[in-house]
Design a protein around this ligand. Structure first.
Ligand code: PLP
Length: 443
């Protein structure tokens, strides 16, 4: 039987993926051959990533032959599974410069964020009652903070961000009080790709002796992350954002100086009492392998993503006027291309692209609501423009052909919708008379 990576290689007539990510880029969600792909182009990599074929290969033995419970201490099946989960723990620790004992498995970054925010609050609640975070955090951090405010009487400072989505370090420092237990600021924003100055935030928190948590779901595996350099006390990670399986993640909890949490899930005392429940060996093995592959491929991935970002940006701006890039142009993960298309009805654009391109309007995690994105509002994008924005996500397996097809589709549909828009007509008239107000903001 062929392995997943051999299937990819055969279908795409490329060598088996062992070292180079470029050799795996023919992999698609709808078949393994880019040339015969029948489904839409996938540009939603912030929402989730395909499992790398090498990761899939690593997981397979643990579903059937090596299926033991890693907590079974009395036989070889259990010992084998335990060895596999501990190896994965070490691989994940290495990716972020941590010790294996500082990695605790969870179901994903949502759980890790809940555990970090509520766990610290519960443990230190006797002496502390205040958290500092930002207005552009993922919903699971904001909702955890909200629950502490409403149910436990905590005080939360939600720091504003500037038009690039960056937090002001002076404002952050000034917000820390003697009763502050935790500062929680994400690393890379899932909607707009802005990268927060986490190293500096870590230094401020260390000087003020408060814990620093960062939601690194969108950064770990994509950009270099070193918990020591960042000075973080807690970090949330998700496997399915880094070419691993869904349903598994981790929280890093620093040992020295020690950070204590009250467990959110009680039971058999697994994960040293921090998070009870039988460890899911196959997906943990996949998570570990995903970390290993990310270490090997990070440089290739970054170059690939960067090249496609510029290809997309140059093509769209040269063919369409009045396009705004949301988020910081310089402090940015380039796998995120969040654009506003003036005078286009966002939902119509999304619907007209749905059959050809998988993209997201704002955050995939909140896209069930038709509210304009709270992240775009926080960076000062007006309601109208926020409604016209789409997030394109580029990753390891995105192909040039997918980007080019997407650009063609977007240009065609934006032009069609603008041609039907009375607002666009007004803008054009204003532009002709030299009085238009909305600039192209790519810089
Ligand atoms: N944090 C960020 C920044 C995210 O982008 C996401 C998912 O979109 C999450 C947390 C939740 O991650 P998970 O799906 O692993 O629960």
């Amino acid at each position: 039987m062929l392995s997943a990576s051999q299937h990819v290689a055969r279908a795409s007539r490329r060598p088996v993926c062992q070292a180079s990510a470029a050799s795996c880029r023919g992999f698609s969600l709808f078949g393994n051959d880019e040339t015969s792909r029948s489904g839409p182009s996938y540009l939603d990599m912030q929402s989730t990533t395909p499992v790398d074929p090498r990761v899939l290969d690593s997981m397979m033995p643990y579903f059937h032959g090596r299926f033991g419970n890693p907590h079974s201490r009395s036989h070889a099946y259990g010992w084998d599974a335990e060895e596999a989960t501990e190896r994965a723990r070490g691989q994940i620790a290495r990716l972020i410069g941590a010790d294996a004992k500082e990695i605790f498995f969870t179901s994903g970054a949502t759980e890790s964020n809940n555990m970090a925010v509520k766990g610290v609050a519960d443990f230190y609640g006797g002496t502390k009652k205040h958290i500092v975070t930002t207005q552009t955090e993922h919903k699971c951090v904001l909702a955890s903070c909200r629950r502490l405010e409403v149910e436990k009487g905590w005080d939360v400072t939600y720091l504003p961000v500037d038009t690039d989505g960056l937090v002001d370090l002076k404002q952050l420092e000034a917000a820390i009080r003697p009763d502050t237990a935790l500062v929680s600021v994400m690393h890379i924003n899932n909607e707009i790709g802005t990268t927060q100055p986490v190293d500096e935030i870590g230094q401020i928190c260390a000087a003020k002796k408060v814990f620093f948590h960062t939601d690194a779901a969108q950064s770990v595996g994509k950009v270099p992350v070193d918990v020591k350099k960042m000075g973080v006390s807690l970090m949330s990670i998700s496997a399915h954002k880094m070419y691993g399986p869904k349903g598994i993640g981790a929280v890093y909890i620093r040992r020295k100086p020690r950070v204590r949490l009250r467990a959110v899930i009680d039971g058999g005392g697994q994960e040293r009492g921090m998070r009870s429940g039988t460890l899911p060996t196959p997906i943990i093995v996949g998570f570990g392998e995903a970390a290993e592959v990310c270490m090997q491929e990070m440089e290739n991935d970054q170059k690939h993503v960067d090249r496609l970002f510029h290809r997309m940006k140059d093509a769209i701006t040269s063919r369409l006027p009045m396009i705004a890039l949301n988020g910081s142009p310089s402090h940015r993960y380039t796998g995120n291309v969040n654009l506003s298309f003036a005078c286009v009805e966002g939902e119509s654009l999304l619907m007209s692209l749905a059959n050809s391109t998988a993209v997201s309007s704002g955050s995939a995690c909140t896209s069930a609501s038709l509210e304009p994105s709270y992240v775009l509002r926080a960076i000062g994008v007006g309601e109208e423009l926020a409604h016209t924005s789409l997030r394109f996500g580029i990753g390891r397996f995105t192909t040039e052909a997918e980007v080019d097809r997407t650009v063609d589709d977007v240009v065609r549909e934006v032009t069609r919708l603008r041609d039907m828009s009375p607002l666009w007509e007004l803008e054009m008239d204003a532009m002709e008379s030299g009085g238009h107000k909305q600039a192209v903001t790519w810089s």
